[in-house]
Design a binder for this molecule. Sequence first.
Ligand code: ADP
Ligand code: MG
Length: 322
Amino acid sequence: MLSEFSLISRYFTRAPSADSGVDLGVGDDCALLAPAPGMQLAISSDMLVEGRHFFPDADARLLGHKSLAVNLSDLAAMGAKPVGFTLALALPALDESWLAEYSAGLLALADEHGCQLIGGDTTKGPLTLCITVFGHVPPGLALRRDQAREGDDIWISGTLGEARLALAGYRKECSLSDADLAAAGLRMHAPTPRIALGLALRGIAHAAIDISDGLVGDLGHILQRSGVGATVNVDAVPAGPVLRTQASAIRRNYTMAGGDDYELCFTAPPAARSAVNAAARRAECEVTRVGAIEAMPGLRLTDHSGKPLSLQVRSFDHFSTP
Ligand code: ADP
Ligand code: MG
């Protein structure tokens, strides 16, 4: 039977790579990081709990990817460059095939972003995956939520709503072909953290957030923290290819208040439009302008003709969403 320590060394320990800023990784009481001179450290944690954030039969390799992706998404939204992460794991049982798949998915995404696993904690308990990521950002260049200004454009990366569409498909709330459900399901299970875009937007975007709980709610955080309001053209918000084939009420609801999108919502002055487009090309990521920041508080939604829309949408909240 594998012990706690041989589990850690078999699945979660690799030698730190040279010049990574990690002087000591897994294996001691603490990891030792050598912060890059003059950089601020960006730090964020996200936890995934079985039955709450993923289905009990979730694919372990995809879960490895997703548990790190949702954390990297926070670094992306801050314009920070990934350095390392810690992993706190509660496991119901010692299942080696699950561990092999989970760590393969996790470490493949970590390698893609040069983000090293530097430590963690392992215990027995209901399956819970808690990751803390560390990144670097030059002082003054972090993309904060409180920097949106009147007149800014509001931009969205990629497309929204298909993770929510997949959830509706799994719950049989709507009928999707197997191929469509598989395509939408990939958006739910394997989100792409927009790290390259976040880095490219340093010094261009004023404010940014990653969309994890739905655009209405997450843009709402920018508005509230920045003391401004906004108008968004709901029909300009890009829906994924499968969602685009659905009725407009579903498309509007899932793009505005879907959840699990992990795209970036950011603001930038109109004078920076060509710089934003150039940054998006460098990052190989589509961006779409969907609205504008205004002085009047509150979020106003319109259709493509500018007519006010009253969508009954709200963002996800663990303690008030049924
Ligand atoms: P301590 O008793 O000091 O908390 P542990 O016995 O929990 O140390 O962990 C031993 C080493 O293994 C530490 O370096 C810790 O950071 C690392 N570690 C524990 N669990 C994990 C994990 N799931 N992933 C990566 N490193 C881990
Ligand atoms: Mg410990």
